[in-house]
Design a protein around this ligand. Structure first.
Ligand code: BGC
Length: 464
């Protein structure tokens, strides 16, 4: 999102730096670096190369070593080179090392992003801010380390957000376009899950809203950091009433920050979910089949938003109506919403029974849209890229792979851990049919899932 006052401020600084360089050169000193001055741009992904996380590549490497089929191996080698977001899913993730399964620190990632930067081309790196006090209040799989208390909020501010902001603000990283995904599922849980006591408490205490505003304030203040607030997905918030309430909440949260609506550069949908980008054979929710509109089928339950392309368009329209700038950008996580594989329909169903028609026509092969944990049959979706064409009214800044495909959504069994994660019935195939068995904890590598996602990718992954 462009903020003109910032742009002019940095232009002024650029001119001063250029003058200083000339002076220094005339005096025989080494020229000052002038290419580190950021210009805040409308779409930070446009024209940039995307940071490729070596920690992810190493996990993929492990799966390659376990895979005999040469075609699948070749596809995995291609995926190894794809950019994925880095999740700062606990305080230890900022610092890296043994306390975070040997992963790199935030500083190390940024140093590597600089090293990957190509001359004359910006580099963009994406980090997920995911450590809300009382995190994942409606589920158990990704319960976090910080309690839903004032003390938890204080640690979120000082040990988490301040620590992240300190690293991101370092002048040596000024030339990196740093994009952040703010707190997946956080605000959406405060709209639709208030029947859950933990979410009700999260809402009534105001702690999570305060935490998110603090994150926006601190991160937006850094000129090369861009903020994208998580906005769940169409299968969760697509009903008109949910969309209305949620956009109102986001407007209220953003207006309560120091910079107001300007502290948010965009919204990101479908993080860690499986909802398709498009439903090619179900394009009209009001189309009548067997005497009733398609949206009234059991699968959609009167939700008129069938896919993320339509959903992002609807969000953008609703936010602009509430005063948000038209330049607000949308991002879709396409890491696992491809739904290729043998069951993908190749034509619209000819059935005149509504539910059969929907089941046979939809790309989303889930039995219910509410399934979110290691869903069986899923595949990788569109490759990460800037300004994807084809959905102009959706105002898409990018497709990203926010959820690194192959990292588990959660475990059904009790696996002792120091991360706060708990067994979740939605991840247990005996309780919830349609989810993969033997899943590790959320965020841990799940080889069987990775292999499935590679095999069922749509579009198909090219062979290396
Ligand atoms: C987990 C995080 C993990 C992320 C990405 C979440 O479900 O709770 O620990 O970093 O997924 O895999």
């Amino acid at each position: 999102m462009t903020t003109p006052y910032r742009r002019s401020r940095w232009r002024g600084l650029a001119a001063a730096l250029a003058a200083a360089t000339v002076t220094a050169t005339l005096l025989g000193a080494a020229p000052a670096a002038t290419d580190t001055t950021p210009t805040r741009v409308d779409n930070p992904f446009a024209g940039a190369s995307f940071y490729v996380n070596p920690d992810y590549a190493r996990l993929v490497e492990g799966s390659i070593a376990r895979t005999a089929d040469p075609a699948v191996r070749a596809k995995m080698k291609t995926v190894k080179r794809y950019p994925t977001a880095v999740w700062l899913d606990r305080i230890a993730a900022i610092h890296g090392g043994a306390a975070n399964a040997g992963r790199r620190s935030l500083t190390h990632h940024l140093d590597l992003a600089l090293a990957q930067k190509k001359p004359g081309r910006p580099v963009v790196a994406t980090f997920v801010v995911y450590d809300l006090p009382g995190r994942d209040c409606a589920a158990q799989a990704s319960s976090g380390e910080l309690p839903l208390t004032e003390a938890g909020l204080e640690r979120y501010r000082s040990e988490y957000i301040d620590a992240i902001a300190k690293v991101l603000a370092h002048p040596k990283y000024r030339s990196i376009r740093i994009t952040t995904v703010i707190e997946p599922d956080g605000l959406p849980n405060l709209v639709t899950n208030l029947n859950d006591p933990e979410c009700a408490q999260a809402q009534s205490s105001g702690i999570q809203v305060e935490a998110i505003r603090y994150a926006l304030d601190k991160l937006h203040a850094i000129p090369n950091v861009y903020t994208y607030m998580d906005f769940a997905h169409s299968g969760w918030l697509g009903w008109d009433s949910n969309l209305e309430q949620t956009t109102r909440l986001y407007t209220d949260v953003a207006k309560g920050t120091a910079a107001g609506l300007a502290s948010v550069d965009g919204l990101v949908t479908n993080v860690s979910n499986y909802t398709p980008l498009a439903e090619p054979f179900l394009t009209d929710p009001d189309r009548v089949v067997g005497g009733a509109p398609v949206k009234s089928s059991a699968f959609y339950g009167w939700n008129p938003q069938f896919d993320e392309a339509d959903f992002t368009r609807a969000i953008h329209r609703a936010l602009v109506a509430q005063g948000w700038p038209a330049s607000t950008g949308m991002v879709i996580d396409t890491s696992r919403n491809g739904w290729g594989g043998p069951d993908r329909p190749t034509a619209e169903s000819t059935s005149t029974t509504l539910d059969t028609y929907v089941t046979e026509s939809k790309a989303d092969r889930r039995a219910q849209r509410g399934l979110w944990c290691n869903v069986s049959g899923a595949g990788m979706g569109e490759r990460p890229r800037a300004a994807p064409a084809g959905h102009p009214d959706s105002h898409l800044d990018a497709f990203l792979w926010v959820k690194p495909p192959g990292e588990s959504d959660g475990a059904g069994e009790d696996i002792p851990n120091g991360e706060g994660k708990r067994p979740d019935p939605m991840c247990d195939p005996e309780v919830t049919p349609g989810v993969l068995p033997d899943a590790p904890l959320a965020g841990h590598w799940f080889h069987d899932q990775f292999r499935m996602l590679v095999t069922n990718a749509h579009p198909a992954i090219p062979l290396t």
